[in-house]
Design a protein around this ligand. Structure first.
Ligand SMILES: CC(C)(COP(=O)(O)OP(=O)(O)OC[C@H]1O[C@@H](n2cnc3c(N)ncnc32)[C@H](O)[C@@H]1OP(=O)(O)O)[C@@H](O)C(=O)NCCC(=O)NCCS
Length: 168
């Protein structure tokens, strides 16, 4: 990923052995993509061959990694939806199956929210898979619209205000 090291405004988040931060090298960006491939292509079959899309090539898109005990085992992607960077989107939230239930997913969501807020965002949206709606609600997100198909699977549009109180 070009320019990753210049994105130092997104502070790492850590809780115990869990750490979330931006990918800071080509090798870490590759790890980010591998994690997404494992979860969204191989595990969920949400995409046939690759989940990489045009947002990944955009310079303002941020690619994050989550670590447990130093091992990269989670990923999330965030990007502004328009030039003013008021509204952001978070997607590709993934934790490897063997590493779930260790609070990495929640930390990745908090990291994405904090990152967008620090970069001037006022609202973040996400298309959430229905089994994960309660997970996002626990993190302060709200349902925005009736569920609708997204990538061929019914998702729930959710959002969160990027205020200090909404970004624990
Ligand atoms: C969804 C996902 C990211 C959650 O990651 P995780 O690391 O297992 O979640 P966490 O351990 O941070 O969960 C935090 C809390 O939410 C709970 N939780 C986790 N998934 C949940 C769900 N789907 N619904 C309700 N609660 C959930 C956990 O039990 C935990 O509760 P606790 O604080 O009482 O211990 C992970 O299951 C995953 O990668 N799934 C496959 C890909 C996917 O669905 N991505 C999201 C697309 S919208």
């Amino acid at each position: 990923m070009s320019g990753v090291s210049s994105r130092s405004t997104a502070a790492p988040r850590s809780a115990g052995s869990v750490l979330c931060r931006l990918a800071v090298s080509d090798a870490e960006l590759e790890a980010h993509y591998r994690l997404r491939l494992t979860v969204f292509v191989e595990e969920q079959s949400l995409f046939a061959e690759s989940d990489v899309d045009g947002h990944d090539a955009q310079p303002r898109t941020l690619h994050a990694l989550g670590f447990i005990g130093g091992e990269p085992c989670g990923a999330v992607r965030v990007y502004p939806l328009e030039p003013g960077a008021i509204e952001w989107k978070g997607d590709r939230l993934a934790v490897l199956a063997d590493y779930r239930a260790h609070h990495l997913g929640a930390e990745l969501v908090r990291f994405a929210v904090t990152t967008a807020r620090l970069l001037g965002g006022q609202r973040m949206i996400a298309h959430v898979q229905l089994p994960n709606v309660a997970f996002f609600e626990r993190l302060g997100w709200q349902v925005q619209a009736p569920p609708a198909p997204f990538h061929g699977v019914v998702h729930q549009l959710m959002s969160i205000a990027l205020t200090a109180s909404a970004s624990p």
